[in-house]
Write a protein that binds this ligand. Structure first.
Ligand SMILES: Nc1ncnc2c1ncn2[C@@H]1O[C@H](COP(=O)(O)OP(=O)(O)O)[C@@H](O)[C@H]1O
Ligand SMILES: [Mg+2]
Length: 476
């Protein structure tokens, strides 16, 4: 028999998973795209079967189409490609589509379609909206088909944060995560069901074919700069290129002594410290509030957060102003660090724009929550964040965050640079808690610490310089 393709052990594990959603991720060259393309063939003997594979852009799709060209006609004789529809048709009548989704609106094209198999290659290039929209299209196209979703990707990209949260940090690799779903059926009755998802890590070393055929590929990956190497060769989700706040440190060994870490154990703030609050507006996207205490030296502590997110990445709770204002007032009257204190609130300037019913800021005023207009100069705000995160000689930064502010701690280190405005944070990510923080930092600007110029040693065989820069030798 002519064997067209045999899964490697890690690919076989991914292909054997029963979960509805599975993500095969990590190192480049792990055989990720190959497995998605081949998996699509599984139900092609069923005449009504439909599958679809996505890449972010049509240009990138070429790589998947090349793989399909190589495998499909040999695996299923009689399979034909229709270039106009970007669709492979099989003798049974089954179809596999290939599509780009460069802009979120491109997803509308698939409204009303049904697919049994939906796959995303390089999922970290997509927003959660784009990915989750396709859930609604994952319905059987006829009796007897299995419906499921598969995706692959590397660390980095605008989707890094949500992909990491959804698949990597929720559970150990290979351990399914279960989520309860409730919906109202056609008869108006409440139904419940369970959805499962799982993460299978891809390692370069698992791709024996590639290691054998092109050992130079591994060498190329090893020659990359530290962050890229760690992400692409080792599939490390804590380190990736394009990260904006690379100086961010969350070291639980130092929550108590507060040294060389941005995240710390909460404490009771002295009564005379000033309290500031930042607010970023959102409705279908999350809104974000942060409360800050400022000590005598101007150092800020983020002491409390309120994040209007449903729990699905970047999906807002859609509260009206009255409800948000009530929650803000409740927190300020109950939190021991905020009770009875004067709070200076600073907001996204967008909330001052009026329409016929008045501005959002006015609506807040009617609910006894007063804001001043924040400065949203983006690059200056970003620089303020960098200045504040910088450690001094004894490991003290000018901004620290209570470890109870979990959403801020999760989203800040995931932010990546924009590919359009290369100096700025990409705004297509979960950047709302960062935004509220920027408004507050711009209210109390600081200047950068003057540091002695670092010397990069020419001869450093143990790579101690790098290790020091990334904080690995901090305590020595
Ligand atoms: N099971 C397999 N058998 C043979 N070759 C494979 C297999 N899986 C992957 N490859 C080859 O290894 C290379 C890298 O695989 P690919 O799926 O493109 O990796 P990734 O998408 O993870 O970067 C490709 O040339 C691919 O054809
Ligand atoms: Mg690939």
């Amino acid at each position: 028999m002519d064997v067209v393709w045999t899964p490697q052990p890690r690919q076989a594990l991914f292909m054997s998973r029963p979960e509805w959603e599975a993500f095969y991720g990590g190192a480049a060259g792990g055989g990720k795209s190959d497995v998605l393309v081949v998996e699509a063939l599984r139900q092609t003997e069923i005449p009504w079967y439909k599958g679809i594979l996505f890449r972010k852009t049509y240009r990138q799709l070429g790589e998947l189409l090349d793989k399909a060209d190589r495998y499909y006609p040999r695996a299923v004789p009689g399979a034909r490609y229709n270039a106009q529809q970007n669709c492979w048709k099989f003798p049974s009548g089954a179809k596999i589509y290939f599509a780009g989704m460069q802009y979120t609106k491109d997803r509308e094209k698939w409204q009303g379609w049904q697919f049994d198999y939906i796959a995303f290659d390089e999922l970290t290039h997509f927003s959660f909206d784009e990915y989750s929209y396709m859930f609604s299209r994952n319905r059987p196209s006829g009796p007897g088909t299995r419906t499921y979703i598969r995706a692959t990707g590397n660390p980095g990209g605008i989707g890094h944060g949500w992909v990491k949260q959804r698949f990597i940090t929720v559970a150990p690799p290979g351990v399914p995560v279960k989520r309860k779903l409730e919906w109202i059926d056609a008869k108006g009755e409440k139904q419940t069901g369970w959805r499962y998802r799982v993460f299978i890590p891809a390692k370069l070393q698992d791709n024996l074919a590639l290691m054998k055929n092109s050992p130079e590929y591994v060498m190329n990956l090893s020659a990359l700069p530290e962050k890229e190497r760690s992400a692409l060769r080792d599939g490390n989700w804590d380190s990736f290129s394009g990260q904006v706040f690379t100086e961010w440190v969350n070291d639980s060994d130092h929550y108590e002594d507060q040294k060389w870490t941005h995240v710390i154990e909460p404490f009771r703030c002295p009564k005379h410290w000033r309290i500031l609050m930042g607010y970023d507006w959102g409705y279908s996207k999350p809104f974000a509030c942060g409360w800050y205490a400022v000590d005598e030296r101007g150092k800020m502590y983020m002491i409390r957060e309120l994040y209007g997110c449903t729990g699905d990445p970047d999906v807002g709770v859609q509260w009206d102003v009255a409800r948000t204002a009530a929650e803000i007032r409740r927190i300020e009257s109950e939190d021991p660090n905020l009770q009875g204190r004067r709070v200076e609130r600073i907001a996204d300037p967008a909330i001052f724009q009026g329409n016929s019913e008045g501005s959002i800021a006015e609506l807040f005023e009617r609910n006894h929550v007063y804001f001043e207009r924040g400065d949203h100069e983006r690059i200056a705000g970003k620089m303020q964040m960098h200045y504040r995160l910088q450690f001094d000689e004894i490991g003290e930064p000018m901004l620290q965050v209570f470890n109870t502010c979990t959403n801020f701690i999760r989203t800040l280190p995931s932010l990546v640079y924009s590919s359009i405005d290369v100096e700025d944070v990409d705004t297509r990510q979960e950047d709302h808690l960062y935004d509220q923080c920027r408004y507050v930092l711009m209210k109390r600007r600081i200047s950068p610490k003057v540091r002695e110029k670092e010397e990069i040693p020419g001869d450093d065989p143990l790579n101690l310089y790098e290790a020091k820069r990334y904080g690995m030798l901090r305590r020595g």
